[in-house]
Write a protein that binds this ligand. Sequence first.
Ligand code: FEO
Length: 170
Amino acid sequence: MITDKMAQALNDQIREELYSAYIYLSMSSYATSVGMAGVAHWFRIQTQEELTHTDKFCNYLNSQGSQVILQAIEQPPCTWESALEMFEAALAHEQHISQCIHDLSLLAEDEKDRATDIFLQWFISEQVEEEENAKEVIDQLKLAGSDGSGLFMIDRELAKRVFTPPATNA
Ligand code: FEO
């Protein structure tokens, strides 16, 4: 059993995770439209990851006897100037999500809700990885600069990303 305040905050986070899936799907779609197949694939995998995050929050709310109440999701942007701009936007978005998760964890502490705090630990670690993944690509893109063959190679590397579902779906 969790408090109504905690349930509301977790429902808000479901909207954040679905928006994450939405913006990455938009990035994937844009990348496809401009011929960056590897970038498109990378963001498509990222979309899948966000849907597993959404699932985790839904399953947790259900396990606590709380209803999942879906909220409106705002329209994401649909064009970017370059692959670098997309990944910088992705990093900024992940930093925002990290802050949301930290705020949830602080709320769980305030509510003396140990179970939710433990549940959120997985996301705290996951966010470190999420930010790192985007930063890694940003570094590569900055190194390549406007070198067409460098960008081509990066696009090919990004095409190799594999979706790995989380070990548990608790
Ligand atoms: Fe669900 Fe990328 O944070």
